[in-house]
Design a protein around this ligand. Structure first.
Ligand SMILES: C[S@@+](CC[C@H](N)C(=O)[O-])C[C@H]1O[C@@H](n2cnc3c(N)ncnc32)[C@H](O)[C@@H]1O
Length: 488
């Protein structure tokens, strides 16, 4: 049982920071995050790596590798008062002179999060486990819009990482989860991180917040497309991608006007239907603008093999038997591929838009929530200002992190420019191939001049009829705005 103490967590947190058990160190050396796995048989190597007697290695062995340690091995490295707090909070359990961790601890930004230890994944308890921050958590963490907001809901909060992160920019945060154990972890992690504007509720999907509305909803739901439903942290009881569909269909009813839903999710492509059409059906008449970014697609058999290899829930079936079971399930439902990505939707009265894109191997290591807001702002303008006269009134501004890449190739012994690419270097990647004229035109887009003014100045330089130049400038500007290379 995890127990928040009456005392502040400051002493505990300082000890972890001074030992180097920090997000910064984990980022510098991602191998520090390696978890022991029976499947990989990597424990001996991880123990070897943490053999030197340092405070950091003691913490890594407890809270990442899940190892019991005897008092003789760490007495000089962990102050007695810190040890007492670890025992009082229930993060560490003592049996004679042996100290066993009850949780995994993960640093993230300036916070620290308790979740179930890695060994739970390979045990019969895996069905109700509270998952530690993982790649899909990190994707949502990067993706979340972090502007100051009123109320935020973290649906399927697990250990509460997204809720705690949102507490910094939200007036109030509600964290919900079907798993009753989640409330214990969320409350503990709120204490551990000094967060006081967080409320934990238990229940199915939106049930615990029926009748309430939010400015931001974030969710990293149990989205795996599997024939079973036993693992609550990643599976659900609905057919295929039905759970994510229901979440997306219900969410608008829980959003305030202007409020966003942001999720990571997976969906299937079935025979006779494109993956885009399936998503368009989910978003039909939602009352929201929506942007979906697909970052991967797998053939059904590859997806099954990959997931079965990684999930490793406690099972009496062999991997081959499980693969047969999964493939029979997919075949019966005509599933050809499984796709994954992120979705942002924003409630807005009026005619709504839907944009679906593919960005292969999306791997952002810095927050890109601001890019999402820019994308929605730009797309709203593109939808609202469809006529040339409306567009000519725009005052375009090049985003400050825009760069031009130029390629040169050798022609008759001389380097000649061959192609140019405009791209954003911060946030969500975006680029557009362009010619030198567009690049020169872009240079003048500083937000002070209208597009009409910019086009009229260009006409005499290129010796083309001003009306034609205006039309062409509008066409190019639409592409630049669509890709966020220009802001309005
Ligand atoms: C992939 S984990 C995400 C945990 C955490 N938010 C994160 O990003 O690391 C999904 C969470 O959804 C919860 N969950 C599963 N089914 C649910 C349901 N029907 N309603 C609410 N939460 C659910 C699970 O218990 C689990 O904590």
């Amino acid at each position: 049982m995890l127990t928040p103490l009456a005392a502040s967590p400051q002493q505990l947190r300082e000890f972890f920071t001074e030992a180097g058990f920090t997000f910064g160190r984990f980022k510098e050396d991602p191998t520090m995050r390696d978890l022991p796995s029976r499947r990989l048989g990597n424990l001996p190597a991880l123990l070897e790596r943490t053999a030197e007697p340092t405070a950091l290695n003691v913490l890594l062995r407890w809270f990442l590798l899940g190892q019991t340690q005897e008092i003789e091995s760490f007495a000089e490295l962990v102050p007695a008062s810190v040890l007492t707090e670890l025992l009082e909070t229930g993060t560490l359990v003592r049996e004679a002179n042996r100290f066993t961790p009850a949780v995994m601890l993960t640093p993230c930004e300036e916070f620290l999060f308790a979740a179930d230890p890695a060994r739970t994944l390979e045990s019969p308890e895996s069905s109700g486990m509270i998952l530690w921050p993982n790649p899909s958590t990190r994707m949502l963490q990067m993706f979340t819009i972090r502007r100051p907001t009123g109320t935020t809901l973290d649906l399927g909060a697990g250990c509460g990482i997204l809720a705690v992160l949102a507490s910094v920019h939200s007036r109030h945060v509600v964290a919900t989860d079907l798993n009753p154990r989640a409330a214990e972890f969320v409350a503990f992690n709120a204490w551990l991180n000094g967060v006081t504007n967080l409320e934990c509720l238990t229940g199915d999907t939106f049930e615990p917040v029926r009748g309430r509305t939010f400015d931001l909803i974030v969710s990293n739901p149990p989205f795996f497309v599997t024939p079973s439903a036993g693992q609550m942290y990643c599976e659900n009881s609905m057919e295929l991608d039905g759970y994510c569909r229901e979440l997306v269909r219900a969410a608008p009813g829980y959003l305030n006007e202007g409020g966003y839903l942001q999720i990571t999710f997976e969906w299937v492509q079935v025979r006779g239907q494109s993956w885009q059409d399936r998503l368009a059906e989910w978003l039909k008449d939602s009352g929201c603008d929506a942007w979906i970014l697909r970052s991967y697609a797998r053939k059904a058999a590859d997806y099954a093999a990959e997931r079965i290899g990684r999930m490793m829930p406690f099972s009496t079936l062999t991997a081959n038997q499980r693969l047969d079971e999964w493939m029979a399930y997919y075949r019966a439902r005509e599933v050809e591929e499984v796709h994954g990505g992120i979705l942002a939707m924003r409630r807005r009265s009026g005619r709504n838009w839907l944009r679906i894109e593919h960005v292969p191997g999306l791997d952002c290591t810095e927050p890109f929530g601001e890019s999402i807001e820019e994308l929605f702002a730009n797309q709203n303008r593109l939808e609202a200002d469809r006529s040339t006269s409306q567009m000519l009134a725009w005052r375009p501004r090049v985003a400050p992190d825009t760069r031009i890449d130029q390629q040169l190739h050798l022609v008759a012994g001389e380097w000649k420019p061959s192609s140019m690419q405009i791209r954003r270097v911060d946030g969500l990647p975006s680029s557009l191939a362009a010619d030198p004229q567009v690049v020169e035109f872009l240079r003048q887009c500083d937000g002070t001049r209208t597009l009409a003014d910019l086009a009229d100045n260009l006409a005499p330089v290129v010796h083309v009829n001003p009306e034609q130049v205006r039309e062409q400038c509008c066409a190019v500007m639409r592409k630049l705005v669509e890709r966020r290379l220009v802001l309005l």
